[in-house]
Write a protein that binds this ligand. Structure first.
Ligand code: GLY
Ligand code: MN
Ligand code: MN
Length: 416
């Protein structure tokens, strides 16, 4: 029902003659006859609720048609049950269902003359290129050539504002990942390996009938200064910090949480100094979030506090040095995709926060070896990331079960 409501809303925005074509990925080969775990395309999932691979939905004010994999006894014995063409109308509420293999014979008859076709050509409009995972998309492009209009800007505006059910899924995803982070604080010890901690997240998420929303980062010591570190195979050393960036998906909706804590349970003085700057930046950035405020305000706030903090500690000489220590943005939209859709700019201005948006807030400081910096700070990489829902009156931190104050972390780790 919710998917039907979304399709109707989209069509009312696009106008009377609109026809929407939206496809989902095919399964992708990993090696030999092994495929990667399948994850539906987010726009397709949002509009149809259908989670099988290799399908295309076509809908307009007049009709809703699904092309999908047909029933196939051998395939189903080996690889799993398919909905199939016959059951699709009552299950998906489509008017007609067809074998995906007949798409190119049928599609032209689904599109009346004079229709305006909305479809995301691979790589168009800044939208992530999913052509490599979707073999139908190039063919749809060549069939309709230049008459296609981009769909993503319109769906993005809808996906940017989460309804109650979406917020519930995101709260559940944030709760599960927060608990997994607490678990990791309890489990970390010198002599273990990063992958021992990573495996705790695998099992925690699987036990919660969930899965990772992106490859987790479990980075000890100076590995934390590599922003997308995913080897996760080094030994945890006494005296080092451990940065973990890990989140999960519930019904497709992501959490994205980072915590940084001392492997031996106690922050050293230099670690504490840097941690306090990041935590202060993060809390102030979160406090700035409410409806009507620029969506760039958290970043401006965090940059100012990190700049002041690092100058005070003698690590930075001037504000121009900031990008050496803090080189990413303070947040991104979060939803069905971990880096969710929705442009930050509207008419070249940062858009304002509105109730129902969900953003991450994730400032960090990363200090690589550098002779110009006191060596006591070398190799310290700290990021603190929470998931924040904009509410009518301000905001709510969805991931607030994952402790982040120094005394809370040290207390929790002293109880092991
Ligand atoms: N985990 C990816 C990010 O924080 O943006
Ligand atoms: Mn993030
Ligand atoms: Mn993250």
């Amino acid at each position: 029902m919710i998917h039907q409501k979304r399709r109707e809303e989209l069509l009312s925005i696009l106008g009377h003659d609109a026809v929407v074509i939206v496809s989902t990925n095919c399964e992708q080969k990993r090696n030999s006859d092994v495929t990667y775990p399948f994850r539906p395309d987010s726009n397709f999932w949002y509009l149809t609720g259908f989670t099988e691979p290799d399908a295309i939905a076509v809908f307009s004010k007049e009709s809703y048609v699904m092309f999908l994999r047909p029933k196939d006894e051998t395939q189903e014995i080996w690889n799993g049950i398919r909905l199939g063409v016959e059951l699709a109308p009552e299950t998906l509420l489509v008017d007609q269902a067809y074998d995906i293999g007949t798409f190119f014979d049928n599609i032209k008859s689904q599109v009346k003359k004079g229709s305006v076709i909305y479809f995301d050509a691979p790589g168009s409009g800044g939208w992530k290129d999913n052509s490599s995972t979707n073999t139908h998309n190039q063919q749809i492009c060549s069939l309709f050539e230049s008459s296609l209009k981009p769909l993503n800007p319109f769906i993005s505006e809808m996906r940017l504002i989460k309804d109650k059910e979406e917020v519930k899924n995101m709260q559940d995803a944030a709760d599960l990942a927060s608990e997994a982070h607490i678990n990791a604080m309890r489990a970390a010890l010198p002599g273990l390996y990063e992958h021992n901690i990573a495996s705790g997240f695998d099992s925690y998420f699987r036990n919660g009938n969930s899965e990772h929303s992106y490859p987790p980062i479990v980075a000890s010591g100076e590995n934390a200064c590599i922003l997308h570190y995913t080897e996760n195979n080094q030994e945890l050393k006494d005296g080092d910090l451990l940065l973990i960036d890990a989140g999960c998906e519930i019904n497709g909706y992501a959490s994205d949480i980072t915590r940084t804590f001392p492997i031996n349970g106690k922050f050293s003085e230099p670690q504490r100094e840097i941690y306090e700057v990041v935590l202060n930046a993060q809390k102030s950035a979160i406090n700035s979030i409410k409806p009507g405020v620029s969506s760039n305000k958290p970043h401006e706030t965090a940059c100012q506090i990190i700049t002041d903090g690092l100058i005070k500690l003698g690590i930075m000489k001037s504000p121009e040095d900031l990008s050496k220590f803090y080189m990413h943005n303070t947040g991104h939209w979060l939803g069905l995709d971990v880096h969710d859709v929705g442009s930050k700019l509207v008419n070249d201005e940062f858009r304002e926060f509105k109730s129902g948006m969900v953003t991450t807030v994730e400032p960090g400081i990363y200090i690589r070896r550098d002779d110009k910096i006191d060596s006591k700070y070398w190799g310290i990489g700290i990021r603190i990331e929470d998931d924040v829902l904009v509410t009518e009156t301000g905001n709510r931190v969805l991931s607030n079960k994952a402790v982040k104050d120094i005394n809370e972390i040290e207390h929790l780790m002293s109880q092991r």
